[in-house]
Design a protein around this ligand. Structure first.
Ligand code: XIL
Length: 466
């Protein structure tokens, strides 16, 4: 919805230049003020808000996108943990027997380490993304190859990985509670999981060792089977430290109502639980509510140590068409982002709750008002400005909406950060640098709009202050 789209078009020459100048000077002002106000009140991010609750907030990362500045900037600003999305899988790390290739995964690990992020290792033993040479082995050879793979990969990253998904997706969907057919299951039998965990403990004794799966997010036959396995491991001293709940949701597979209860029953077995691959298809407030419920469930379970979303931006999601992530394709935070931040007790413009309370409400008497002015107008476009004014008390943040007439498209926004509703007509704007206002003081954000044949003016919604 923002800058990259709709920039072309037949506007008169002088006006776009003026808009561009306004944008450039606004950026300059933004940079100056940010520098001045940074130490006074930094906005919370997913990572900082989660840290306030003693949790990490991670994302899956693809090495191939690290060179994209908006991708890296969003990663570095918002997240405190990473999981390589594909780079640590068997086909990437040992494509040929005993020939290991760590280049892409190393890139992610060194990036994460340089930013002080936790790293989840994903994954050592999985039926998928498994090179074909593995499935051709005899049982004896496969056992050697599995243990060698675990040992080599874990030793390469020894001391750097917070938690490893040692075994991924070993159970069938549905009501059987049975194991899934795989080269490991079929040739090594039920004992392969235990063997993998024992090998893993020896390879890197400091990494937490997790079992990870999907469709185990509520109480059901599949999660019962995993539960029984973990219980058995704990009773026999088989090394297991955590269970990962992938949490890939959509309308056919929504967040289960017993999500928290399910996390809790696993935690009660004496393992940590983690939300490992969270994404929820949908948009707007429905998506936001589901995300918020997941975050609240984790926070309510003491041993839920953190949560990871399966990607940063909808643009690169493995199920992109379902727009399941917290940032849209232009890296604008979506309503789901706001909901997650609020559920984590974070403040969207700093200064507020540091994680103690969970209340994201405003300070006493924090109010604001908004007003709209058209600052430039030409054939097929206009510039708008919304002034945000604090009431009789100082404020540390504000949110307001701007609803656009049918067909109009915003091509540029300055001095604010936008997210959009599903229909692309309601823009919710939050501050970038300009959230802190003294009593009675004001700030403004602005935007350039393409009319697309509709000259009506937008309407501003209520201003909410914190
Ligand atoms: C997915 C990746 O996101 C895709 O890029 C890849 O093509 C397939 O795998 N469960 C898992 C993850 O444990 O590794 C999967 O990741 C998604 C489902």
């Amino acid at each position: 919805m923002l800058m990259p789209r709709n920039r072309a078009g037949a506007r008169p020459r002088a006006l776009p230049r003026r808009a561009a100048q306004a944008f450039a000077s606004a950026l300059l002002a933004a940079a100056t003020v940010t520098a001045l106000s940074h130490s006074a009140a930094a906005a919370d991010t997913l990572g900082s808000a989660a840290a306030g609750k003693g949790r990490y907030f991670g994302t899956a990362v693809a090495a191939s996108h690290l060179g994209e500045s908006a991708y890296a900037a969003t990663l570095d600003r918002e997240f405190s943990a990473v999981t390589p999305e594909n780079e640590m899988k068997w086909d990437a790390t040992e494509p040929t027997r005993n020939t290991f290739s760590f280049g892409a995964a190393d890139q992610i690990v060194s990036h994460a380490q340089s930013k002080g992020m936790k790293i989840r290792g994903h994954t050592l033993v999985w039926h998928s993304q498994l090179p074909s040479w593995v499935s051709g082995l005899s049982a004896t050879d496969l056992r050697t190859a599995m243990n060698n793979h675990i040992t080599q990969v874990m030793q390469h990253y020894k001391g750097k990985i917070y938690a490893w998904d040692v075994v991924n997706e070993a159970y069938q969907d549905g009501s059987s509670g049975a194991r899934r057919s795989s080269p490991f299951q079929d040739k090594l039998g039920n004992g392969f999981i235990e063997e993998a965990f024992r090998t893993a403990r020896t390879a890197d004794p400091d990494a937490k060792l997790c079992y990870n799966d999907y469709n185990t997010d509520g109480v059901n036959a599949k999660s019962n089977a995993v539960y029984n396995m973990v219980k058995d491991f704990k009773s026999r001293g088989v090394p297991i430290d955590c269970v990962g709940f992938q949490s890939h949701f959509n309308s056919a597979s929504p967040v289960p109502s017993d999500y928290q209860a399910n996390l809790q029953r696993f935690a009660d077995l004496g393992v940590d639980v983690q939300i490992t691959e969270l994404d929820i298809e949908g948009s707007g407030s429905a998506q936001a509510t589901s995300y918020s419920n997941v975050v609240k469930a984790c926070l309510a379970v003491t041993r839920c140590t953190g949560m990871t979303v399966w990607g940063i931006t909808d643009k690169y999601s493995w199920r992109s068409s379902g727009t399941p992530l917290l940032f849209d394709s232009n890296y604008a935070p979506k309503p789901a982002y706001d909901a997650v931040l609020a559920a984590l007790g974070g403040s969207s413009s700093g200064g507020g709750d540091d994680g103690g309370g969970g209340d994201n409400g405003g300070g006493t008497g924090a109010t604001c008002t908004v007003s709209f002015t058209k600052t430039a107008d030409w054939n097929d476009g206009y510039n708008g400005q919304v002034t945000v004014k604090a009431g009789s008390a100082p404020i540390t943040g504000w949110t307001t909406t701007v609803t656009f007439p049918a067909g109009q498209k915003v091509s540029t926004l300055w001095n604010g950060s936008a997210s959009w509703d599903g229909s692309g007509t309601v823009m919710t704007v939050r501050p970038t640098y300009n959230g802190n206002l003294a009593a009675g003081a004001s700030t403004s954000f602005g935007f350039t709009v393409q009319k697309n044949g509709n000259s009506a003016v937008p309407t501003v919604g209520t201003c909410t202050a914190s």
